[in-house]
Design a protein. Sequence first.
Length: 188
Amino acid sequence: MASGELAQDYRTRLTELLGEPMMVDDPLITTAQAAVLLGISPQRVAGLVRAGHLPARSRSHRRLLLSDVVQSGLDQWMSVAEAGAVLGLGQTGVRRLISAGLLTAHGKELPLRRTDVDVLAKLRDGWLTLSTAASALGVDVDEVQRMLRNRHLTHTCDVARPVYRHELATVVAQLRRVSPGEQPYAAR
């Protein structure tokens, strides 16, 4: 989407929000209106103004130019707490994913790219917990951990969901082909 189309989209959304047409090309809008446009809370907008991510155009820091909001690109970023809501984790869990290299932090106020979080959320749908993997294999959790250590299964780097679903399906298929008494994944 081109910059002009993006600005027009925001103008249309602001017109709907106000319930009346805009009288100037680049109006001053409130932090509440900016919050609706960016999809975040008004308190978060105020925090972004205080942090210098959004330039305020009034002494009270309650008015912003529509063009500043549009050009900020802040709707493409999210906080650790917001990422946790998308991923179904707490802030500690999200920080663990950042430490593991599954997400990249880019600063303090809005450190995570929305697209990165969305992609990781889709990927995590294909990852399993140790107990789920153990149940599918008919073994205990310690055996699944051994398979991860011995690289019979590849670790996802997510300690909460360390097993890839597609790899587990391959192992289950191998187990079905192996005769009783054999160890399907021993000494590969």
